[in-house]
Design a protein around this ligand. Structure first.
Ligand code: ZN
Length: 287
């Protein structure tokens, strides 16, 4: 398929997908981000998965966090949602069938639409050796898990071809630390410290044992830290907005929510609770 067959000869948008890792919907609302809201109406949506890897895989299939409509078949919902990519990419007549058989956005954007495709990720579970890295021109695990500004500084846009960027942002992930906070001042929850030291040990989540570890004041402190991280990121997003060319469409969302002590749970992952799926969703074109 040629580019002009899909785009109807119009210039395609750059597309930037920003994923605040672990940011639950109400943390985003409490942060009252002014810059990000310029994109459009903030929606409460639901992630298809409760932790990072399956959720990003889903996002890169082109399935954004879902609304929860009644009386509609899943297949109809997918088709309808995918049509939104016509708006995001500035194309025409792009249907879910365009993705068949790979069902994966990066190779479709790159090979069928001529996009330059880039990923910058914070969480080791998404490292470039994983199968998530398919169809990307560049895919990097950042040196630090919590520095979106460093990602923005690596972003570039070509005049010859549209660009797709996906940013997995870690400031909103436990321990909700901003880049200038010394590591020895990060909060510690029993049993989940040292989460970023090893590739296989960064997953945070589970039932907190009330009698020994549960401490609601600590949980509230962590929740406030996630809210503060969103406030901070609003300023970094402003730098992103200043950087992107005019024809850029941006989606900001999360891969899953987070539990801060509700019903005895902390974190995300092996948790069955509505709050682990509630995520913010806002998107649009700036100008
Ligand atoms: Zn995650």
């Amino acid at each position: 398929m040629r580019i002009d067959e899909v785009s109807g000869n119009t210039a395609l948008n750059n597309y930037v997908l920003v994923v605040f890792d672990s940011c639950r919907y109400d943390s985003f609302v409490s942060a009252r981000p002014r810059t990000m809201k310029k994109l459009g109406r903030l929606e409460r949506r639901w992630s298809y998965a409760s932790w990072t890897a399956p959720s990003h895989f889903n996002l890169l299939m082109g399935l954004m966090p879902h609304t929860s409509p009644k009386h509609i078949y899943a297949s109809e919902y997918y088709k309808k949602e995918f049509l939104r990519f016509n708006e995001r990419l500035g194309g025409k007549d792009m249907k879910f069938a365009s993705l068949v058989p790979q069902l994966y956005l990066p190779p479709f954007l790159k090979d069928s639409l001529g996009y330059a495709t880039h990923a910058r990720v914070s969480l080791p579970v998404l490292n470039p050796k994983t199968p998530i890295n398919l169809g990307f021109d560049s895919f990097r695990l950042m040196d630090r898990h919590n520095d979106m500004r460093a990602m923005v500084r690596q972003m570039h846009f070509s005049e010859e071809r549209p660009s797709f960027w996906v940013l997995n942002v870690g400031e909103t992930h436990y321990p909700y630390a901003l880049p200038d906070e010394p590591q020895d001042e990060w909060p510690r929850i029993h049993g989940v410290h040292g989460v970023f030291k090893h590739l296989d040990a960064h997953i945070v989540g589970g039932k907190v044992k009330k009698e020994r570890f549960f401490n609601q004041a600590k949980m509230e402190e962590l929740r406030q830290r996630q809210i503060a991280a969103v406030k901070y990121l609003d300023a970094v997003i402003e730098e992103l907005f200043d950087l992107v060319p005019k024809n850029t469409y941006i989606t900001i969302t999360s891969d899953h929510g987070e539990l801060f002590g509700e019903d005895g749970y902390f974190g995300h992952g092996p948790i069955q609770h509505p709050k682990v799926l509630e995520v913010p969703f806002v998107e649009g074109k700036l100008r």
